[in-house]
Design a protein around this ligand. Structure first.
Ligand code: ADP
Ligand code: ASP
Ligand code: MG
Length: 438
């Protein structure tokens, strides 16, 4: 029988009530044999995520501020779940050990990972599934990079001996034997690793929305669900801020051709979104797949007549960025101009120095700075095959009274990026959405 790996996000496991929904989903399909869990997330708007509280504990210790009350709040959340579910697991020894380790300067990664660890113990007892600590099978190398080969072999061998298991997400083990986490949202990556190792037929990613939506539901009211999306479209969207899925979660399953199915724990009958291999894109000519964007970029627009004949001009600009350790996002260029797009936070403190170096070494005719810009990506395979889509997009934004400061169409042709001022961001996203979606 085929195997499904099901990963449940923080909001899906935030309370006993949510845990019951999760159990119903898992028990409804015997092929859901391996379950990856996040730490409890927010139960309601304004609530705290356990992971955030754990990071806060670490910060308290750093500044020698007592963290007893904070730790009690964390403990209480777990006790409540266990009590409401009538489970017999005694969390006291676990919490005591964790608290002791926090007091004795445990690493930030160890502390942050304990939300997933405890939640995994709870759900494994609730389901009657084995508990497997990912510290024993997900590895990072001596440079801190994820060790894919060693991990895949170990996870495959380990899980072969378990009919059913719950595995905490978000962390593994570094080469010196210490706990190491992925970046925030990293339980998605764990789910993908496990799915690949057990050769799952599908990687189900259960969250609090009915799949990948065509735009951020916090910006567009009730956006349409994307039924199918390719890995490369998804990567463009998640990189640009559609944070439903961690951007690194794509790689393990993509290589193995395993589809990801984003599903809603609160509406389990909804089919959600299927993310498929790029070889099988359903080309929706004339339509877009989705829109995503992020705020807080700086555009440095450099103008130089006959730029193209000044050999080495772009190289000099790039080496200035490199020597100042500034990564850039995009580098659109025209005949006599080039723009560098950088995250505000990466350049703020170095702006003067960088501008001086560009002036001295590149001798441009002008440099204009546009701070506080937002980038919006409109993504879809359907765009590459339909003339006039870019014009339709620009017209929609212009009609909304918004200035486009920058346009960049990636060489993949599945993504058109525009730059607008931060203040126009939400309005521009809505304008694009309504131009293409009826
Ligand atoms: P989980 O805790 O289950 O991992 P996340 O909070 O990481 O869930 O991701 C789901 C959230 O992503 C949604 O609640 C939604 O607010 C946000 N989101 C942003 N962009 C989109 C989009 N295009 N489609 C769906 N959700 C989106
Ligand atoms: N709990 C971790 C976080 O909040 C990991 C995750 O939820 O995927 O980032
Ligand atoms: Mg997430």
């Amino acid at each position: 029988m085929s195997i499904k790996v099901a990963k449940f996000g923080g909001s899906s496991l935030a309370s006993a009530e949510q845990m019951r929904k999760v159990r119903d989903i898992i028990l409804a399909d015997k092929s859901r044999r391996y379950v990856v869990v996040s730490a409890p997330g927010k139960r309601y708007n304004g609530d705290s995520k356990i992971t955030d509280l754990l990071y806060l504990c670490h910060a308290h210790v750093q500044y020698s501020v007592p963290f007893n009350e904070l730790f009690d709040i964390i403990s209480e959340r777990f006790f409540n779940i266990v009590n409401e579910l009538n489970l017999s697991i005694d969390l006291n020894p676990y919490l005591k050990e964790i608290k002791h380790k926090i007091e004795t300067n445990a690493s930030v990664d160890y502390i942050a990972s304990r939300g997933e660890y405890l939640n995994g113990l709870i759900l494994s007892e609730f389901l009657g599934y084995d508990f497997i600590d990912p510290a024993e099978m997900i590895f990072f190398d001596e440079y801190g990079s994820f060790d894919s080969k060693k991990t895949q072999e170990t996870v495959a061998n380990r899980l072969a001996n378990h009919e059913n298991a719950v595995i905490p997400g978000f962390y593994g083990c570094s080469s010196n034997g210490k706990i190491k986490t992925f970046s925030r949202g990293g339980s998605d990556v764990t789910g993908s690793i496990v799915a690949r190792a057990v050769k799952a037929s599908v990687y189900e990613n259960w969250t609090d929305v009915s799949g990948f939506l065509m735009a951020d539901p916090r910006i567009v009211d009730n956006p349409k669900r994307i039924e199918e999306i390719t890995y490369d479209e998804l990567r463009e969207l998640s990189y640009m801020g559609a944070t439903v899925l961690h951007e690194d979660a794509v790689f393990p399953v993509r290589e193995a051709g395993i589809p990801i199915n984003i599903r809603n724990t609160n509406i389990p009958d909804n089919p959600g979104t299927i993310i498929l291999n790029d070889k099988s894109p359903k080309i929706r000519a004339g339509s877009i797949t989705g829109i995503a964007g992020r705020k807080d970029f700086t555009v440095i627009a450099i103008q130089k007549n006959l730029m193209k004949s000044d050999i080495g001009f772009v190289r000099r600009i790039l080496s200035i960025l490199e020597s100042n350790n500034i990564p850039f996002e995009h580098l659109p260029s025209g005949i006599d101009n080039i723009s560098i797009i950088v995250e505000n936070s990466k350049i703020e403190k170095k702006m003067e120095k960088v501008l001086r170096e560009i002036s001295e070494q590149c001798k441009p005719d002008s440099i204009d700075i546009y701070p506080d810009m937002a980038l919006i990506a409109t993504v879809g395979h359907g765009m590459a095959y339909t003339p006039g889509m870019a014009a339709q997009l620009f017209t929609a934004v212009a009609k909304a009274g918004i200035n486009i400061r920058m346009i960049d169409q990636g060489s993949s042709e599945i993504n058109i990026i525009i730059g607008v001022e931060n203040k126009d961001f939400e309005k521009a996203v809505r304008a694009i959405y309504y131009a293409f979606v009826v």
